[in-house]
Design a protein around this ligand. Sequence first.
Ligand code: GUN
Ligand code: FE
Length: 438
Amino acid sequence: VSHAYRAGIFHCLADPTSTATPEEAYEYYADGILVINDEGKVERLGPADQILPTLPSGFPITTYPNAIITPGFIDTHNHFPQTEMIAAFGEQLLDWLETYTFPTESKFQSLEYAQQVAGVYLDELLRNGTTTAMAFSSVHAESAEALFKEAYQRDMCLITGKVLMDRHAPETVRDTPEAGCTQSRTLIEQWHGKGRLHYAVTPRFAITSTPEQLEAAGHLLKEYDGLYMQTHLSENHKEIAWISELFPERCHYLDVYDHYGLVGPRSVFAHGIHLCEDEIQRLARQDAAISFCPTSNLFLGSGLFNLKQMKQHKVKVSLGSDVGAGTSFSMLQTLNEAYKVTQMRGDKLSPFESFYLATLAGAETLQLDDRLGNFLPGKEADFIVLDLHSTPLMQYRMNNCNNVFETLFVLCILGDDRNIKETFVKGISRHQRDQATH
Ligand code: GUN
Ligand code: FE
């Protein structure tokens, strides 16, 4: 049923670094009303004193004091089977994969086990205000099947795919080019376009796929409409050195993916920390996206992403938690680390750009900005209520904020799951902090 929500309301209209002034890139109503229709879509929004008199008498309104409503967060890179291995000690990427990741992911050949973890993972996303995710499953078709099933039950917009991985990994997490393709096709036919679900062809990275498998992945992408491609790119120096040994005929890491037809407007590359000039230019030219994963990049000691350089080259960038190399499901905590990474680079990430990265930029990366990312009328009503008084410190600090810039910045630095008072998916409440049992 139609419903109105009253609180502060903030949403982005554009990339604040692309407009003449940052103020042109967002709308903020200190006392706003968001009206949702009975299809779970945004009807309209505006200041309460303008909207209230136009609502029919008895129209249901929920009011949230000391709160800001924003679009739900969009996490453009993470791994659902790694939920249980966040905070694995001491290794950088390649050793971390061997020591922790592959053994953990090997458990996901069991559909039952995968479904149990998928439920925990999706509930954790919702608890953190993330309503859309692009996720890796494991190599097992069962894992993608489980995640699709659980996301479908929650009516969430979710993109995943079974990982393609046919070398340089233990047998328990390997497939073959043929099996990888057949299983992907079955999943695509069953799930791609069902409800709010989409399929992503998912070669883990070029180290763990043979040239034959990468070629098959490229063919698969051309076979069906609207598929995504997700993989990892240029995260770690040892990884990059190994890539040049494995593909000596390719001029750089991105050229490997490009050669197999994996670079395009629906491709999302996680990390992209150590790219050369030509790689950056090609990403921009081919309209491919990078998912910036600051908590992961710091945790694995991978390096400092150069956001400013990507922006200057007009590469699409959004935000990823990269759980379980990432250390938090919270996009607010992810923005906290993102801010520090830009500081280390001599830049500063404004809270307007931060919220853009976590919402509208994610929708643009996934080419879902006609449906998600802000509150333009007709968009799907995935939104969250951010509690500004979630802890004594938060309340005290917020009372000393003078404007929306400062309020949002404090949320980006101090914020976490405790700020997520309520999460709505297509107009339906799917998480309420005060009623949660955990
Ligand atoms: N590169 C290849 N696989 C992975 C993974 O699971 N996590 C991260 N962070 N990087 C990867
Ligand atoms: Fe990753």
